[in-house]
Design a protein around this ligand. Sequence first.
Ligand SMILES: CC(C)(COP(=O)(O)OP(=O)(O)OC[C@H]1O[C@@H](n2cnc3c(N)ncnc32)[C@H](O)[C@@H]1OP(=O)(O)O)[C@@H](O)C(=O)NCCC(=O)NCCS
Length: 155
Amino acid sequence: MFPRSTPSELNDLMHIEFASFKKEDCFTYDRLRYFIKRTTNGKMHSIYFEGKMVGYFIIKFYKFHLRIYSIAITAPGKGLGTKAVEFIAALGVALKKKSIKVEVRQDNACAISFWQKNGFKEEGKRLSYYADGMDAIEMTKDISNARAGKDSHTV
Ligand SMILES: CC(C)(COP(=O)(O)OP(=O)(O)OC[C@H]1O[C@@H](n2cnc3c(N)ncnc32)[C@H](O)[C@@H]1OP(=O)(O)O)[C@@H](O)C(=O)NCCC(=O)NCCS
């Protein structure tokens, strides 16, 4: 469901990017290619539903936490975002991280609601974080008490 992204998916990934974000916030083709090739402190995964690529997420690894650098899904309301968060949380637990962090546009009520539903809490703000000057809300999910189980991943 969440295979590592490959260069052959770049065109489809660009479509998902433009369908999901304001133009000025979109990653460029080169930036997405960079994320795909990156192997050390970050990974990019595609999201498939019924055989079709419908999204992606990028995670970055830090000493004590994972950061969801971007997530976009063009098949909304099917629980795919929730499943992606479960996958990332299981990875974080397997890597003994304490939390998962994400930044979200203050005006992105849909995403804020999504993160809250998935156990993320508002922790702070990054002023003028986005290209148009919009602030970012920093949200964190505590996984320090979660234990590795059958859903753990080593990817
Ligand atoms: C935010 C996003 C990743 C959610 O993915 P998804 O697969 O639709 O999410 P799920 O189906 O797992 O939804 C889980 C919960 O999130 C909330 N949610 C999801 N979409 C929502 C919406 N449009 N409005 C309000 N709440 C929403 C709901 O509480 C939902 O639970 P419910 O279905 O029981 O009501 C997806 O909508 C997306 O890619 N948006 C555009 C890009 C974006 O904003 N990315 C996040 C940047 S921080």
